[in-house]
Write a protein that binds this ligand. Structure first.
Ligand SMILES: [Cu+2]
Length: 269
């Protein structure tokens, strides 16, 4: 990775931010168990910054910069009642957040999180993952394909809550509303069930990766910033477009503003 990036920098003659990538990718989660509901009511959301395939090291979250939901183009701030929790991964426990929210009416509810930049000492750089998850009530589409005004954002081309196993999920990677050609996107499967009442991951994994390239899969967007991913298994899948946001420094260090979206697939049965 380092060699590839260095070569690229030489070839283009442009100084790019070169990060030494950790073994497995960080993923900001905004997790709820069910994305396609028959009717409204209370749902629980957990905000956890972790490594979802391995349920490995969970990173400390600071007070988020913004957390809101968009429903029928109306934005509601969720920060005020967002509470701090401790989330336990398979290897550690760290600060995370939770919120319950009452879904009123039918349609899409797009939850958007702008976390505080996280300092990754191994990379001597900050990471900030703008994260979206869409919950739908009663199958009425309202907001799922809209732009939510995040500086770095994945805009879905397929409903993130209406995917069968084997469907593709497509999205456009955007930076301040503009497509990002050839963006690099990391894809991970949520391989350990989040235990909502225990604020931890289940020990059992759903699947085993034959090799590291299957833990964090890396794909690329095309010239128009669009990507396609075939979903091989039911459950939650996270997509993180790396370093696509407009800001690249924070407190004198490098900053990677990433765009994250989570989608949920279901088996046909
Ligand atoms: Cu990490």
């Amino acid at each position: 990775m380092m060699i590839k990036n260095a070569t690229k920098a030489l070839l283009t003659g442009i100084m790019v931010c070169v990060f030494a990538l950790p073994a497995f990718a960080h993923f900001q989660m905004v997790y709820t168990s069910e994305s396609a509901l028959e009717k409204g009511g209370d749902i629980d959301l957990k905000l956890v910054f972790t490594h979802p395939f391995e349920a490995g090291h969970t990173m400390k979250m600071e007070q988020p910069e913004a957390f809101y939901v968009v429903h029928k183009e109306k934005k509601t701030n969720l920060l005020k009642e967002t509470k701090q929790i401790t989330w336990t991964s398979l290897t550690n426990s760290e600060k995370a957040f939770e919120r319950s929210y009452k879904l009123r009416g039918m349609g899409d509810f797009v939850f958007c999180l702008i976390p505080a930049p996280y300092f990754e000492a191994q990379e001597d750089a900050y990471i900030q993952q703008m994260t979206k998850v869409v919950v739908n009530v009663a199958g009425i589409p309202t907001d799922w394909d809209g732009e939510m005004g995040l500086p770095a954002e994945i805009v879905p081309l397929d409903k993130p809550y209406a995917l069968w196993t084997g469907n593709v999920f497509r999205g456009i990677v955007k930076s301040e509303g503009n497509p990002v050609p050839f963006a690099e996107i990391e894809v991970e499967y949520l391989n350990h069930e989040p235990l909502m009442d225990k604020n931890s991951f289940a020990k059992e994994a759903h699947v085993e990766a034959p090799q590291d390239a299957f833990v964090t899969m890396t794909i690329k967007a095309d010239a128009n910033g669009c990507f396609t991913f075939g979903i091989p298994r039911k459950g939650w899948w996270g997509f993180a477009a790396l370093g696509v946001g407009p800001k690249n420094t924070h407190e004198g260090k490098e900053l990677s503003q990433d765009a994250v979206i989570w989608v949920q697939a279901r088996d046909m049965k």
